[in-house]
Design a protein around this ligand. Structure first.
Ligand code: AHR
Length: 316
């Protein structure tokens, strides 16, 4: 049954009948997703929807199309519908206190999934499940430092940032800068947002290539932007992975294929398979049980050789 979100421009689906007024054990979760900007996001949505069905949790799913205002409307709609628990992946870090306070006043627990908020009041949410994005940025930087350990000249780096103001964009930039900042030969000569999309990654890389003839390395905050940039690099007559070394984050199938093909040099994994843990946490918070304040996702990294080995068994 399709249910229109109150004032939301995102889609929302699920069945009615849950909510704290139900007086039974059934759980209804309102889930506000960022959008459908990347392969990672598509895999994350699938994981959440499949895990909810498996756990017997009724899911009211709303797609915010990368807009904070749509997420705020969706959360308000979930509060009005008196769902049992709200989970959301905040598109940006700031500006959530008012709406989270409204959920808290309505006694509806909130779980942050994938991305963090910068609210000082940590009682506004029960737990935060997701990756350590600073660590991901550090892993990207560590590979680069090792790869260029014998280089004597300047290493010119361009950076494709994720969505401006989002936790993964802020943290992946910070972690990377911290590691490469220890050696002055590493120079970030251009850094701009590609909004985590393939189209924007291509567009921004085209502009980088026009204004910077000597790019050695591209660091893209996700695979999709890296894949868009590969098209731009090839369009400029250069060989991705050789003329320009490429580091990305996520390790979705298309990214891993490009890594195995030699077009990307290194990928830091960011797992989108958060659904099962999210449903477990939701059941606990609805029962009023204690949950850890932070649940960090386990992740690895991939070289070109490792990508070849695991490609056929990748789940997403
Ligand atoms: O928040 C996770 C990030 O969001 C992923 O790395 C990126 O692909 C997605 O859009």
């Amino acid at each position: 049954m399709a249910v229109a979100a109150c004032g939301s421009s995102g889609s929302e689906s699920g069945s009615d009948g849950g909510g704290s007024g139900g007086g039974d054990d059934s759980i209804t979760m309102g889930f506000s997703q960022v959008g459908a900007e990347s392969g990672w996001r598509t895999a994350n949505t699938k994981s959440v929807q499949e895990s909810a069905a498996k756990a017997g949790i009724t899911l009211k799913f709303s797609d915010a199309q990368q807009k904070q205002e749509n997420q705020i409307k969706a959360i308000r709609s979930f509060v009005q519908q008196r769902v049992d628990v709200i989970a959301f992946s905040p598109v940006v870090e700031s500006g959530w206190d008012t709406v989270l306070k409204e959920a808290q006043n309505a006694k509806i627990p909130v779980i942050l999934t994938d991305r963090a908020v910068d609210s000082k009041d940590t009682t506004l949410y029960k737990t935060f499940l997701g990756s350590d994005f600073i660590e991901e940025g550090k892993k990207a930087g560590q590979w680069l430092v090792e790869e260029y350990k014998d280089a004597t000249g300047t290493v010119n780096i361009v950076e494709l940032q994720g969505t401006t103001g989002s936790a993964p964009a802020n943290d992946r930039k910070e972690g990377f800068a911290e590691v490469i900042g220890a050696d002055p030969k590493f120079k970030v000569i251009a850094s701009q947002t590609g909004d985590f999309t393939r189209a924007k990654g291509k567009e921004v890389m085209e502009a980088f290539l026009k204004s910077n003839p000597d790019i050695d390395v591209l660091y893209a905050h996700n695979d999709d932007m890296g894949l868009g940039a590969i098209e731009a690099i090839e369009g400029a007559g250069k060989v991705p992975g050789q003329d320009i070394k490429i580091i990305t984050v996520d390790a979705v199938k298309d990214g891993m294929q490009a890594l195995a093909d030699g077009k990307i040099n290194f990928i830091v994994e960011c797992s989108p398979l958060l659904g099962p843990q999210l449903m477990d946490l939701a059941k606990k918070v609805v029962k009023g049980e204690q949950v850890p304040a932070r649940v960090v996702t386990e992740e690895t990294t991939f070289t070109q050789e490792q990508a070849e080995q695991v490609l056929s068994t990748r789940q997403y």
